[in-house]
Design a protein around this ligand. Structure first.
Ligand code: PAF
Length: 280
């Protein structure tokens, strides 16, 4: 497995692959890999001739009071896991390689970035789309895999790719969960044992919402109120948002008649977790 830390090295590898008319799948990550990531990689392995991952804790997607400095990092472990899964190459740049002095260009998808996570993290998606656009330009993937846990991120990236006519197919992978249902996330490691237990209210409220819909409840406000109630009455948990939205536009829906996604963000202690589920 190769590790490239500069854009120049990465582009030379890409050029050689393209000259042979072979294809590349890119799985972008911020490292501290877990099964959620390795499952994306396993999926990616079957989608192209070459599997490339990026490991880059992207500063532009963190707000000033967020966890950039303490975001977990362990490159040795990450590269071992990546090699086991069959990754052929890791792009592992330093911050200055991606954002050199004088860097001034940002990609911003409007509207769908202004709801859900965008309300409490107003600059987050601009950072995500900027770095993903840069990664797409550097690695020129034919296909790229993103997890459905970050549902809004996935929707925003699809929109960017469509609006900017990018030559990459975006493929999604279902949320990977622990045995008890908690969505896998690098941030789960911040949870104390009691917070880890209380965090199950995220999947608990999503499952309850599905049951209500299956039982014939169509009123989104009632389902939302149930979830807010369940989360607020769980120790150490505070609702950031609970929304039932159209899966493509992310606009809130009043009635659940067709497809709808319930998305939520919950502060468990000081750790903000997100999850979502399709209701129908
Ligand atoms: O989902 C993530 O880990 C990040 O937001 C991504 C897509 C790698 C961009 O930094």
């Amino acid at each position: 497995m190769e590790v490239f830390t500069t854009v120049k090295e990465m582009k030379a590898y890409v050029r050689a692959v393209k000259q042979r008319r072979e294809t590349i799948c890119l799985v972008p990550t911020m490292g501290y890999l877990h099964k959620g990531h390795t499952d994306l990689m396993r999926m990616g392995r079957g989608l192209a001739d070459h599997l490339v991952i990026s490991i880059f804790v992207n500063p532009t997607q963190f707000g000033p009071k967020e966890d950039l400095a303490k975001y977990p990092r362990d490159f040795e472990r990450d590269s071992r896991l990546a090699e086991e899964v069959g990754v052929e190459c890791i792009f592992y740049p330093e911050t200055l390689e991606m954002y050199p002095p004088g860097y001034a260009t940002y990609v911003n998808v409007e509207e769908i970035t202004e709801t859900l996570c965008g309300l409490s993290r107003p600059t987050h998606f601009r950072g995500v789309t900027t770095v993903v656009a840069k990664l797409f330009n550097i690695v020129e993937p034919d296909v790229s895999v993103f997890g459905e846990k970050d549902y809004q991120q996935l929707t925003v990236i699809r929109k960017m790719v469509k609006d900017l006519d990018m030559n990459v197919r975006v493929v999604s992978h279902p949320t990977v969960r622990e045995d008890d249902g908690l969505a896998m996330s690098s941030r789960n490691r911040y949870l104390s044992p009691s917070q880890r237990k209380n965090a199950l209210v995220l999947i608990g409220s999503l499952r309850r919402a599905r049951e209500l819909v299956r039982g014939g409840e169509h009123d989104a406000a009632k389902i939302q109120a149930m979830a807010v109630d369940m989360i607020s009455s769980t120790p150490e948990c505070a609702v950031d948002y609970v929304e039932i939205v159209d899966p493509d536009t992310l606009c809130p829906v009043d009635r659940i008649d067709g497809r709808a996604v319930m998305a939520l963000a919950v502060k468990v202690g000081s750790t903000r977790l997100i999850d979502n589920a399709e209701l129908k």
